[in-house]
Design a binder for this molecule. Structure first.
Ligand SMILES: Nc1nc(=O)c2c([nH]1)NC[C@@H]1CN(c3ccc(C(=O)N[C@@H](CCC(=O)O)C(=O)O)cc3)C=[N+]21
Length: 278
């Protein structure tokens, strides 16, 4: 049977540290503040905004919600966020229907306030190891490994999925922690053999049930990033439900990586507020 690795204790430990850091900032007259820009009403974005709002309240972070009907005013809103010293972090919920507007927003947002790690500046910092915030879900994977004492150093890791939001940042973060990383994607042959060979598997393909039991072996640590609404209204991940019967350490869906993501968003916001000089 699988040993489950819940996200709640990881988020809770992060929250305790962040609340203390927020109190220290407020004593210096700095109120850590996050702006969340939402264009439209995508269910995934609404779910994330709801989780982030709840986590911000626990961490002592003020939240500025900026709902927009469309992307027309996005450049002006991003500029006002960049110029507002009272706002330390900004999350633009993605994806936008208007890809060009999303890319333009990524070029406009100050990397210093890009707590979601979406801007070219942040991604360059991730690649070079010189500053910037990593995308929160990728960072959440490392927070889970650290909390549960799984040291990536010297281990073989397979990341399934090569998005700029999760797969590639997670691979870079694992490499920086001295893991040997293989990134699998739609062009990869023999994913099951490659995946079975790894000590750590990060499933971030965005395809429900893609990682079947023949991709896994006893003793592995498996982080399931997928969050997919199932036909019966429940949520499922990229890892097939049958994996629960294997002798692996597995993050549940819901209650796994997703529940740590918003805590990492808060961690980046507090860090951004601490980076400001009074
Ligand atoms: N710039 C940007 N960055 C994102 O990281 C981003 C985004 N836009 N747009 C929306 C998606 C979706 N997303 C989720 C994160 C956590 C949960 C989460 O906490 N899920 C809970 C379950 C929530 C529920 O029960 O509905 C869990 O997995 O335990 C869900 C969805 C981040 N996203």
């Amino acid at each position: 049977m699988a040993e489950f690795l819940p996200g709640a204790p990881v988020a809770e430990r992060l929250t305790q540290d962040l609340k203390a850091r927020s109190d220290a900032l407020r004593q210096r007259g700095v109120v850590p503040t996050l702006a969340i820009i939402r264009v439209g009403r995508d269910p995934g974005g609404l779910a994330y905004e709801k989780g982030a709002a709840s986590r911000c309240a626990k961490c002592g972070i003020d939240l500025r919600r900026i709902p927009l009907d469309d992307a027309a005013s996005l450049p002006e809103v991003i500029r006002s966020v960049n110029d507002d010293p009272a706002i330390h972090g900004c999350l633009l919920l993605r994806p936008l229907a208007d890809k060009a507007a999303e890319e333009a927003a990524g070029r406009l947002l100050s990397p210093d306030k890009d707590v979601d790690g979406m801007t070219p500046g942040s991604l360059a910092g991730l690649l070079t190891g010189r500053g910037g915030f990593a995308p929160c879900t990728a960072q959440a994977c490392l927070e889970l490994l650290d909390y549960y004492g799984v040291d990536p150093a010297g281990r073989r890791a397979v990341v399934i999925g090569r998005s700029l939001v999760v797969g590639q940042p997670a691979a870079l973060l694992l490499q920086r922690r001295n893991a040997t990383v293989t990134v699998c994607h739609t062009g990869t042959r023999h994913i099951p053999a490659l995946s079975r060979d790894a000590d750590i598997v990060i499933a971030a393909a965005g395809r429900p049930g893609l990682i079947t039991v023949d991709c896994l072996r006893p003793g592995q640590t498996v982080l399931d990033v997928g969050v997919h609404p199932g036909p019966d209204g429940t949520l499922c991940g990229d890892v097939a439900a049958e994996a629960a019967g294997l002798d692996v350490a597995l993050t549940p869906v819901p209650g796994g990586v997703g529940s740590v993501t918003s805590a990492v968003l808060c961690k980046h916001t507090i860090q951004a507020a601490e980076n400001t000089r009074l």
